[in-house]
Design a protein around this ligand. Sequence first.
Ligand code: CA
Ligand code: CA
Length: 417
Amino acid sequence: MPILIALPLRAAPLKVLTIGDSLSEEYKFMEIAFSINSKNWVELVSERRGTEATFGTYTSSYFGYGDWRTGGYRLNFGLPGKTTIDWKNILNSTGTSLLDTPTRNNLTNEINLCDVAVIFLGGNDLKDQYSQIFNNTESPTYLSGIVANLAFIHDWIRTRKPNLPIVIATCPDVGATLDVSSTYTDPVRRLSTRQKIAAMNASIRSMAATKGAKVASVDKLTDLIFDVVPFHLNGTSLIATSTSTTNASNYVFCKDGFHPSTSGQALIANEVMRALTEATGVSLTLFPNREVLSNILGMNPDTVYNTWKSGYPGLGGTAADDDQDGIPNLVEYALGSSPKQRSQPMTFLQSPGSTLRFTPSTIGLRYASITVLESSGLTSWQAVPANRITTHSDGSWRVASSGLGRGFYKLKAEVRP
Ligand SMILES: [Ca+2]
Ligand SMILES: [Ca+2]
């Protein structure tokens, strides 16, 4: 009688091909120029999600592929300095370099082997003409041309492998980089330039949608750098206003002030993995901020809380209630109240009626989230539905009554993932 052994099915990692520039080229090959001690999204995904996604075998020899690549993963065509126009020339056979033809031929072979392709370009196009875009002197078709070039590259791949899932990245707004923002400072023009680039990225999203491609929102990172000032992850500060000659892990940019360092690249990796999941149905595990801080950057993600705690010698754990005011210490932190003095953070508004109000700490909320729980009889507690909670410009949260008679409320805090 045959013996059947059931083995757990383990899918092979997703084979990801990349058409990109220096943001995708392994930073290992760029060390002297700018990226010492830093890793980029391809390296982070390979090293930390290698059972889920792969870029193929690795060669550490420079120009080991005999094409434009300096080396690295076999499916990664991250070519430093290339624009969408350069890539279009390579694919179109209109390029003039001897390396164009082997690059095109090798890419064609690898497209046959991969499960999904990522087109991640445009940063160099924007950098090349940033002065013109900033001063409104760019060619009227410059930005729409970038979208058209990305569409051309998409279609070129599609022709070679009709059913291949394809991801198109939005362009990083290079105006958020230290290098560009320190040169182009006029606030009105900075804003209008940002709006033009955002409109171009909206066109990329529409173009991708019409082609059935998925979008990796790389511009989310540059939006964060513009809008989250000072920059932080879960309350832990990351410096975006200067650089470090050793590329210390708590800096957002590499020492050239232009390329994102490991922290920014980890956030880019999340946007690409999110799009890869959408495009292929293969679920890739994103990097939670705490994994980025601790495992990837080697920082302690709890330092902000521990620093606060050290101001109250002898304080108990996050769930303890040292001052016995019914508010656990982590909630005290999220509210900005004292864990050593009885606090009364929630008040009822006289008008209208029974609306409850409290004001969390902006800094506390970076590290911990707050959930409002309610109960009718103090035995079972449920989260108040989001549509009954509003946040206001004074920082307060207001919780509308359920309208069902007697109600009790309490706050729960959780350390953000
Ligand atoms: Ca307390
Ligand atoms: Ca208290």
